[in-house]
Design a protein. Structure first.
Length: 168
């Protein structure tokens, strides 16, 4: 799939079914995350691939919609390695979401619900205390056609040369 198609098709899909995700596809998704930019190229992030059904069930306490998928990718970061760790997590996450979409799977950026019990989820995955566990991405199939959420039109958010100078 063309990059711009993937950008347009990517959507937060919360109605997920299991998909068979071969190792080759999984590696392409992870490689997309690996290739994301990071502040001063410090690369403070780690990916945890979870295929174990019991672990997936445990993590689905954060958000039930991931309970039935066959694979999750968690994104952890070491804040001591870089002051830009949070931006780095976001860049890798978006790269992986686009790769997941381009390969025909569906996902959703799970962060808000995960962080409500980050310490518990870190324990489940054995993430060291000093690290942050920020995001979980399910890799599944959409149960029904899902569209990206409505976005503000460009003309409302693009300022030409100076803030406040909009073109209709
Ligand atoms: C930082 C961040 C945290 C998010 N956390 C969650 C979450 O915990 N659960 C969830 O269902 N969606 C989460 N989302 C997805 C957003 O709700 C979603 O991107 C937004 O509603 C726009 O929809 P779209 O992805 O279809 O464009 C998160 C997105 C971002 C960028």
């Amino acid at each position: 799939m063309d990059l711009f198609d993937a950008i347009e098709k990517r959507a937060s899909v919360r109605d997920l079914q299991p998909a068979d995700v071969p190792e080759g596809d999984l590696k392409r998704i992870l490689d997309a995350g690996r290739r994301a930019p990071s502040g001063r190229n410090r690369q403070p992030i780690e990916f945890i691939v979870i295929r174990d059904a019991d672990t997936i069930k445990e993590l689905s306490k954060a958000q039930g919609c991931i309970a039935d998928v066959s694979v999750l990718i968690a994104v952890a970061a070491d804040p001591e390695k870089s002051e830009y760790w949070l931006e780095d997590v976001a860049a890798a996450t978006e790269n992986m979401l686009l790769a997941i979409t381009a390969l025909g799977y569906a996902s959703v950026w799970i962060e808000g619900t995960l962080l409500r019990a980050e310490a518990d989820h870190k324990k489940v995955l054995g993430v060291p205390d000093a690290m942050r566990l920020m995001v979980v991405l399910p890799v599944g199939a959409p149960a029904k056609v899902a569209a990206q959420a409505q976005k503000r039109p460009l003309k409302e958010m693009v300022h030409w040369e100076r803030y406040g100078s909009m073109r209709q």
